[in-house]
Design a protein around this ligand. Structure first.
Ligand SMILES: [Zn+2]
Ligand SMILES: [Zn+2]
Length: 162
């Protein structure tokens, strides 16, 4: 049943010489419908679609799909590994430092690696990965309040020093 939903994936697995298994298809669908989700979320989504699947089959499926290049694994500093099916375009990510929300940023320069180091030390550079850290719109009001609180505390210290 899942096979008919995603004939492209079926073909892609075949082309790569990988067996087309229900867990692999279900894992891919879970990643596709939950962009930038962590492993736990993918696990839940896969099990919702395919209740009989084991944890190990989901982990194996994620690893196989990532190694095959059908799924991209990203891991912003201090964050859990996250997965997406948007592969091959070397796009970057915007990460909210408050809630961990992740958004795609199209590369604004061009083809991968799309950024050129001023000294490549003889490396052949294939990829550049940029993470823009910030505060998302939902979290920004909280950040403003925190900044206000910080200013108040500084004022208090100044007052007591006098
Ligand atoms: Zn946020
Ligand atoms: Zn992305």
């Amino acid at each position: 049943m899942i096979e008919s939903v995603n004939p492209d994936l079926h073909d892609a697995l075949h082309t790569l010489g990988l067996r087309v298994t229900e867990p692999r298809l279900a894992v891919f669908e879970a990643v596709q419908s939950h962009p930038h989700a962590d492993t736990e979320t993918i696990l839940d989504a896969t099990r919702a679609a395919l209740p009989s699947v084991s944890h190990q089959a989901v982990y194996d499926g994620l690893r196989t799909l990532a190694e095959a290049g059908l799924v991209r694994r990203i891991q912003p500093a201090g964050s859990l590994a996250r997965y997406e099916v948007r592969v091959g375009d070397n796009h970057h990510h915007l990460v909210c430092q408050v809630c961990g929300r992740v958004e795609d940023i199209d590369c604004v320069v061009g083809e991968a690696p799309c950024l050129t180091p001023n000294d490549d030390h003889g490396f052949v550079v294939q990829q550049a990965e940029v993470t823009f850290w910030g505060t998302c719109a939902d979290c920004a009001p909280d950040a403003d309040r925190a900044a206000d609180a910080g200013r108040t505390a500084t004022d208090d210290r100044t007052t007591s020093a006098d």
